[in-house]
Design a protein around this ligand. Structure first.
Ligand code: IVH
Length: 688
C-alpha cells in the first residue's frame, strides 16, 4: 500500500484494471481508517479517488464491482458491531459547488413532483463520529457508534465524558438523539496532553482521536469530548416528537429535553425558504470555519418538512432530502522533509517544518510552524514522516501529527539544536520556548529594524541596511543607543549628510512616541504591538510596569501565569536599556483618557472585573470587547485573570454544572461571582 497524498490521485481511469486498483485502494484506506484508526490518505485524496471511481461506475454500470465501496454506508468498512440501530443511521451525499447544489435541488423537485414548499435548514457538518444516544426516562442508557448503519458498536463507556450529552436530563424523556461526537480544538489539545502524560501517542487529528476514543474501552484515563445532535428518532415506541415535526422542530424538541443540537453551535441552524438563500448560509458558515472551536468539513442542507422528507425518501446510503456541501480540505497529509531553526527578534529559537508541497485551502503549503522543542518531542516527529498538516483561511499552516504507521525505516527524530543557530552561542532551555542565551542581543539587527518600524518607533528611513551599518560600527548595541546617535554617526551609516540629518530629525520625533510603542520596541517575548498597548494602557507609566510583579501583570487581559513571570524577568534584564531610554528623554507614559481618576463614574468605579464563559440573559451574545466596553462605561476595567484585587467575576453557570477554573479561583480568593443576569442588573444604566 502506498500513501497517495503526496502524489495526487488520478482524476479519471482508463480501464477496468485501473478501476479495480482504485476500488482496492478505497477499501484499504477506509479499512485502516475505521479499523486501525489512522488514515492512509487524506480526505481530499480520498474524495478525489472516490469521485473518479463513481464516474467510471456511471459510465460502466455493467462492469461495476457488485461490492463496490461507493454503494455502502461508511464505504462498507466500518466495523458493524452488534447493537441493532432503531432505524438506519445513514450517510450523506456530497456536493462541492453551487451548481451541484442547484442540481441536487432539481433532483429533489423531481422526486417531490413540485417545488419544495417547506423550506430548507442549513447547519454545520461537524467533523467527528456519528453516534446514537439513547435516553430512557431522562437517563442516558446507551451510546452506539454508526457502524455499518444497521448495526453499531456499544460505546457506552464514554457516558459521562461527553459535553452536550448529560447523563441525566431535567425531564424524563425517552428518545434517541443522533449526532456527532468530536473533540473541540481545546479538548483535542487537552486529550493529547493527557495521552502524552500516559506515554500514549498523540492523535493525528481530532476526528481520528474521536473514533479511537469511542472504540477504546480500557484506557486508564478518560478524555472529554463534545456532542451536538443533528437528528432524533423515537425509542421503545414512546412518543417524543411533536406530530409532523420537521427538522428544525425535531432539534428544538431535543434541545428542550436538555441535549445540545447543531442550533447551539456558533455556526447555528438556519431555516430558509429557498435554495439560493441556503447557498448564502452555506457561504456564511464556510466563512466562519476558521474561527469555530471545532472542525467542520462541510455544511448540511436539508429539506425541513417531514412530509417532503417522507416523499423524497432514502437511497441505500443517504437520504434524498439532505445533502452535504463539502468544503475544501483544510487538512492534508504530506512528508516532513526537514526542519530549520531561526532566531526571532526576541531571541526565541523558532523551528519551521519544510514540507513536500501540498495544496491546502487554496494555496500550496511548503512550510509550517512547529512551536517549540517540547512540542516536537511530544509529537515524536521524525524527518521523513508522513504528517497531517492543517491550514484554514489565514491561519499559519501547522503540523498536527505524524502518521506513525507510515513512518519509513530510515526516518530520524527531528534533530534539536545544540547551539544558537544564529550566533553559535549557548541556548537558554529553561522555558518550553528555547532562546539564545544572549536574548534580544543575538538578533539585534532584526529587533532594531522591527523597533524602527512604522507602527512602533516610526523612524522613517531607518531600514535594515543602515541598521546593519550602525551595529557594525559599534554605534548601536541596543535599541536605546538609537536615541543618542549623533548626526555624524547617522551620516556615516547612511552615506549622506542629508540622510543623516533627516534620520536625526526622525529619531528626535521618535522620542515622543507613547509608552505602548516604546515598550514594544524593547522586544520582550510575547509582547507584540497589541499586547504592548494593553500593558501600557493598564499601567500608564514605565515605572509602574517595572514595579509590577507576576501577579499584578496577570491583571492585563491575555497575560496568564505562564507569560507573566517571563515578562517580569525580561523587564528586569532590560533595566540598563530602559534606564538609557529614560536618560535620553524618551516618553515613558501612555496617554490615558480612561485612567482610573478620569474614568467614567459608575457602579464599577475603580473596580477590576473578570469575565469568563458565554454570556446569557440580557448579555446573551456579548463578546469580550463588548463586555470590556460595558465595564469601562460603568467606570471599571476588565482584568485578565482572577486574583485578590478582582472585584467581581462574571460567569455563566457551565453546561454540566461544574464551575469553571476561574470560578474555582474566585472562590479561593474570596471574589464575588456574579451571573451575567446579576451583572447586567448592576450595570443596567450602562447597557446601551
Ligand atoms: S445528517 C439522515 N447533519 O456527516 C441524515 N450529518 O458524511 C444523516 N454529520 O453520517 C446525517 N454533521 O456523521 C447530518 N449536521 C449534520 C452533520 C452530519 C456531521 C456527519 C454524520 C453523517 C456524515 C455524512
Amino acid at each position: 500500500m502506498t500513501n497517495v497524498s503526496a502524489v495526487e490521485a488520478p482524476f479519471s481511469m482508463s480501464g477496468r484494471a485501473e478501476y479495480e486498483a482504485a476500488v482496492q485502494r478505497l477499501r484499504d484506506a477506509s479499512r485502516t481508517y475505521y479499523g486501525a484508526g489512522y488514515s492512509l490518505m487524506d480526505d481530499a485524496a480520498y474524495d478525489r479517488l472516490r469521485l473518479a471511481v463513481l464516474d467510471w461506475e456511471a459510465e460502466h454500470p455493467d462492469e461495476t464491482a457488485p461490492d463496490s465501496p461507493t454503494g455502502r454506508v461508511a464505504d462498507g468498512a466500518a466495523p458493524a458491531g452488534d447493537v441493532a440501530h432503531t432505524a438506519r443511521l445513514l450517510s450523506l451525499d456530497n456536493v462541492f459547488t453551487p451548481e451541484q447544489l442547484t442540481a441536487w435541488g432539481a433532483s429533489l423537485r423531481r422526486r417531490l413532483g413540485h417545488e419544495p414548499a417547506g423550506g430548507f435548514t442549513v447547519e454545520p457538518k461537524m467533523d467527528g463520529a456519528a453516534v446514537a444516544a439513547r435516553y430512557r426516562d431522562g437517563r442516558l442508557t446507551q451510546i452506539i457508534t454508526r457502524g455499518d448503519g444497521t448495526h453499531g458498536e456499544d460505546a457506552s463507556h464514554v457516558i459521562g465524558t461527553v459535553v452536550g450529552l448529560p447523563e441525566q436530563l431535567p425531564v424524563p424523556a425517552t428518545f434517541e438523539a443522533r449526532g456527532e461526537v468530536l473533540f473541540t480544538q481545546e479538548q483535542f489539545e487537552a486529550a493529547n496532553e493527557t495521552r502524552a502524560a500516559h506515554g500514549a501517542g498523540v492523535f493525528a487529528n481530532p476526528r481520528n482521536g474521536t473514533a479511537g476514543t469511542l472504540r477504546a474501552k480500557d484506557r486508564p484515563y478518560r478524555l472529554a469530548m463534545t456532542f451536538w445532535a443533528y437528528g432524533a428518532v423515537e425509542l421503545d415506541g414512546v412518543p417524543f416528537l411533536p406530530a409532523g415535526a420537521g427538522h428544525a422542530e425535531t432539534l428544538a424538541a431535543v434541545a428542550r429535553a436538555g441535549v445540545r443540537t447543531t442550533a447551539d453551535t456558533p455556526a447555528g441552524l438556519h431555516t430558509v425558504a429557498t435554495l439560493d438563500e441556503a447557498q448564502e448560509k452555506v457561504d456564511a458558515i464556510a466563512a466562519l470555519r476558521a474561527s469555530l472551536p471545532f472542525g467542520i468539513d462541510g455544511v448540511v442542507v436539508k429539506a425541513d418538512s417531514a412530509t417532503e422528507q417522507a416523499t423524497a425518501g432514502f437511497g441505500t446510503r443517504f437520504p434524498y432530502w439532505a445533502v452535504a456541501y463539502k468544503l475544501p480540505a483544510v487538512e492534508r497529509q504530506t512528508v516532513l522533509q526537514d526542519v530549520f531553526w531561526e532566531v526571532g527578534r526576541t531571541g526565541v529559537l523558532a523551528p519551521t517544518a519544510v514540507l513536500a508541497p501540498v495544496e491546502l485551502d487554496g494555496s500550496t503549503v511548503t512550510r509550517a510552524t512547529l512551536h517549540n522543542p517540547a512540542d516536537i518531542l511530544r509529537r515524536d516527529l521524525h524527518i521523513g514522516d508522513t504528517v497531517t498538516v492543517y491550514k484554514a483561511g489565514d491561519i499559519i499552516p501547522r503540523v498536527q501529527a505524524a502518521v506513525v504507521e507510515l513512518r519509513p525505516q530510515d526516518a530520524v527524530p527531528v534533530p534539536l539544536p545544540h547551539e544558537c543557530p544564529h550566533c553559535g552561542g549557548g541556548i537558554d532551555k529553561s522555558q518550553e520556548r528555547w532562546r539564545c542565551a544572549k536574548g534580544t542581543a543575538c538578533a539585534l539587527a532584526p529587533l532594531i529594524e522591527y523597533a524602527a518600524g512604522r507602527d512602533i518607533l516610526d523612524i522613517d528611513g531607518l531600514g535594515r541596511k543602515y541598521v546593519d551599518a550602525l551595529i557594525a560600527s559599534g554605534d548601536v548595541g541596543d535599541v536605546a543607543d538609537l536615541f543618542t546617535l549623533t548626526e555624524e554617526q547617522l551620516t556615516a551609516a547612511s552615506g549622506s549628510a542629508k540622510r543623516g540629518a533627516r534620520l536625526a530629525e526622525q529619531i528626535r520625533l521618535a522620542k515622543t512616541r507613547p509608552l505602548s510603542r516604546v515598550f514594544c520596541a524593547l522586544g520582550v517575548p510575547g509582547t507584540g504591538r497589541s499586547m504592548s498597548r494593553r500593558i501600557a494602557a493598564h499601567f500608564g507609566t514605565m515605572e509602574a510596569i517595572r514595579a509590577a510583579d507576576a501577579d499584578t501583570l496577570q491583571d492585563v487581559e491575555g497575560i496568564g501565569p505562564e507569560k507573566a513571570p517571563v515578562v517580569v524577568e525580561q523587564v528586569a534584564v532590560l533595566a540598563p536599556v530602559i534606564d538609557k531610554l529614560i536618560a535620553a528623554g524618551v516618553t515613558m507614559t501612555e496617554p490615558r483618557p480612561e485612567r482610573a481618576e478620569d474614568a467614567a463614574e459608575g457602579p464599577l468605579s475603580g473596580k477590576t472585573v473578570v469575565v469568563t464563559g458565554k454570556m446569557t440573559g440580557p448579555l446573551d451574545g456579548w463578546g469580550r470587547s463588548e463586555m470590556g466596553a460595558l465595564i469601562e462605561r460603568a467606570g471599571g476595567r476588565m482584568g485578565g485573570s482572577v486574583n485578590s484585587r478582582t472585584a467581581f467575576l462574571v460567569a455563566a453557570p457551565t453546561a454540566g454544572g461544574k464551575p469553571s477554573s476561574k470560578a474555582v479561583k474566585a472562590q479561593e480568593a474570596g471574589v464575588e461571582v456574579l451571573t451575567p443576569e446579576d451583572f447586567a442588573a448592576l450595570v443596567a444604566d450602562h447597557l446601551e
